[in-house]
Design a protein around this ligand. Sequence first.
Ligand code: DGL
Length: 275
Amino acid sequence: MQFFNKTAPIGIFDSGIGGLTVAKRIISMLPNENIIYFGDTARVPYGSKSNTTVIEYAIQDAQFLINKNVKLIIVACNTASSVALESLQKKYDIPVIGMIEPGAKLALDKTKNRRIGVIGTYSTINNKAYSEQLKELDSEITVFEKACPLFVPIAEEGWLDHEATKLVAKEYLQDFIDADVDTLILGCTHYPLLSEIIQNIMGEKVTLIDSGFAASHQVEDYLKGRGVRNDSVQIGTHHFYVSDLPDKFKSMAERFLGSEVKHIEKIDVETLITH
Ligand code: DGL
């Protein structure tokens, strides 16, 4: 396994803005790390595309970060983690960390009645990414899964406390209440933004799992374990790249992160394809 120097940035990519929920976790957990974030805003959503297309896009996104000399890649997108993680790990020498395994492990850690629910995009659910991972780790576990595609545009619209969101959430989540799950994996980058509404509907006894949070711990352990944490006393720099609509990204990112986004650049999809 090849490592770059400690001050090399951590690379994070997502299909768009959703991965900022993961970036936020990394920034608060590892404030001294430099970060390069790529959001493929020109080709979002990934969650309704074929596996072949998502793998192709994910390799291009990761290659963009590799060209920036990152020391580790976080696949913040659950859809890309579901279908492309293995291809990325085979292709690159540096560590590539996805959302599925950390999220599944945390869920298994929290459940008491061994009944776990999973919500995600069509792709994540149809590929059974979480259920297979959960069953691999614990063959006795009972898993209930459902795609909740409307949560993505709702979160992007900023309807985090809207009546329409409550109605949609009730419709999606009733099956999990009926199934008596005590743990629910938020298997999509955007869903942690709706966690208040989801928690209210599921009730206080149900533990919500934010895979980005779980993955951030894995990243921290990884860097610590190999002695490649950035030990600079300076706060890290955060550079954001998108493939379309940088102004829209900037305002949403500032809302998500709760701080000013200074460095943002648009890159052409063409350059991703040819590199
Ligand atoms: N980032 C995606 C995920 O976590 C959601 C948005 C999309 O479909 O691209 O699955």
